[in-house]
Every structure is written in structure tokens, then in C-alpha cells.
Design a binder for this molecule. Structure first.
Ligand SMILES: Cc1cc2nc3c(=O)[nH]c(=O)nc-3n(C[C@H](O)[C@H](O)[C@H](O)COP(=O)(O)O)c2cc1C
Length: 186
């Protein structure tokens, strides 16, 4: 069936949804690898599940089947890593992994906001992408005390995520709304 939705328009409108930026890291043939991904979504608390959507053209899409992977949440200072793992090698990125040689576990990136380690849980076909759902088996806030800001992505561009008085003032009501709709305490 012909669709009237133009892919360019679709991409532009999807891009109106602001996200953070992550790098999905894994080990293939013992070599640490990564792919920049903004499709990361939290899925379930019980069991703990997270999702990334990968293009069938991405090497990560073939490599992630049956493999542990880590979702590394980037800081605003890590734009070079986002580009590097999006197929634009950055000379400034030399040894981005913490303990790159450590065993079978997925490698994780130095200096990111946090990382989430997942066991493979399910893979679903989704058009020109595949949805990889992982069961969370490890978590770490790499710099829990530091005032690190996330790297944002909006309208096809990297952006800063700012906080302001008005946003903070709304937070109490937001927490009440979340508690009501999700029926768990934050
Ligand atoms: C900000 C940003 C977000 C991206 N998000 C995704 C994504 O969610 N899924 C995806 O398949 N590719 C995404 N890409 C493109 C991949 O990073 C790119 O295709 C990369 O080369 C894949 O690496 P690989 O082929 O080594 O797996 C994104 C790129 C950028 C710059």
C-alpha cells in the first residue's frame, strides 16, 4: 500500500521530540564497539527492561543478537563521542572505554552520566529497524556527585538541557502527577 507520509517530513516531526543521547556498547569478537543511539526508552521496572531501536543497516543491529550490551548516557561535553560512534571518527577519541579489555562484559564509556548493563531479553522486527529489549542487570552513575548536564538532541541537532526557576517550581506538581498515574513513590 502506498503511504502518503513522506520520510523527510516524518523524520522532521519525529525530531520535535527532544531526547538525550546514548552510546550502546558491546563486545564483538572481543573488540569493544559502540553505536550512538537516541531511541533509548525505559520500558518496565518489574522486570527491569530497557529498549533501543536499531536500524537494520547498523552493524550493531547484527551484532547485538544474543549479546549483553550497555547503554551509556552522554554528558553535554561528550559530543565528540556521539559523533565518533555515529560513524564520524574523532581524532580526540582515543581510549573511550573503562577497562576496555575486561572479560566478556560489555565495555562502558568513561565520564558518561550513567550506564545501564543489559542481558538480551527480546528482539522484535519493526520495519527498517529492530527493537532490542534488554533486561537490566547492572547500573552505575559514573559521576553521581558531579553537576553534569546531559547531552540533548532536538530538531536534528545537539542541544543543551537547561534548568530554570519556572521549570523547578513546577516539579512538585509534576511529582504528584507521576505518583498518581504510576502509583509508585519516587
Ligand atoms: C544523535 C544520534 C542519534 C542516533 N540514534 C540512532 C538510533 O536510535 N538508532 C539507530 O539505528 N541509529 C541511530 N543513529 C545513527 C547511528 O549512530 C549510526 O548509524 C552508526 O554509524 C551506527 O554504528 P554501527 O553501524 O557501527 O552500528 C544516531 C545518530 C546520531 C548522531
Amino acid at each position: 500500500m502506498m503511504t502518503r507520509i513522506s520520510p523527510l517530513e516524518l523524520r522532521r516531526v519525529f525530531g520535535k521530540f527532544a531526547t538525550g543521547v546514548t552510546v550502546v556498547t558491546y563486545r564483538a569478537d572481543g573488540v569493544p564497539r559502540g553505536a550512538t543511539v537516541n531511541s533509548f526508552t525505559s520500558v518496565s521496572l518489574d522486570p527491569p527492561l530497557a529498549l533501543v531501536s536499531l536500524s537494520r543497516r547498523a552493524k550493531a543491529c547484527e551484532n547485538l543478537h544474543g549479546r549483553q550490551f550497555a547503554i551509556n548516557i552522554l554528558t553535554v561535553d561528550q559530543r565528540n563521542l556521539a559523533l565518533h560512534f555515529a560513524g564520524v571518527p574523532q581524532p580526540s577519541v582515543r581510549n573511550p572505554f573503562i577497562e576496555a579489555d575486561a572479560g566478556d562484559e560489555p565495555p562502558v564509556l568513561q565520564g558518561c552520566l550513567a550506564y545501564i548493563v543489559c542481558d538480551p531479553w527480546a528482539v522484535h522486527d519493526a520495519g527498517d529497524h529492530k527493537l532490542f529489549i534488554g533486561e537490566v542487570v547492572g547500573l552505575s552513575e559514573v559521576q553521581p556527585d558531579a553537576e553534569q548536564r546531559p547531552l540533548g538532541f532536538f530538531g536534528g541537532q545537539f542541544c543543551r538541557v537547561e534548568s530554570g526557576e519556572r521549570i523547578w517550581a513546577a516539579n512538585n506538581e509534576l511529582i504528584a502527577a507521576m505518583q498518581q498515574s504510576l502509583s509508585f513513590s519516587w
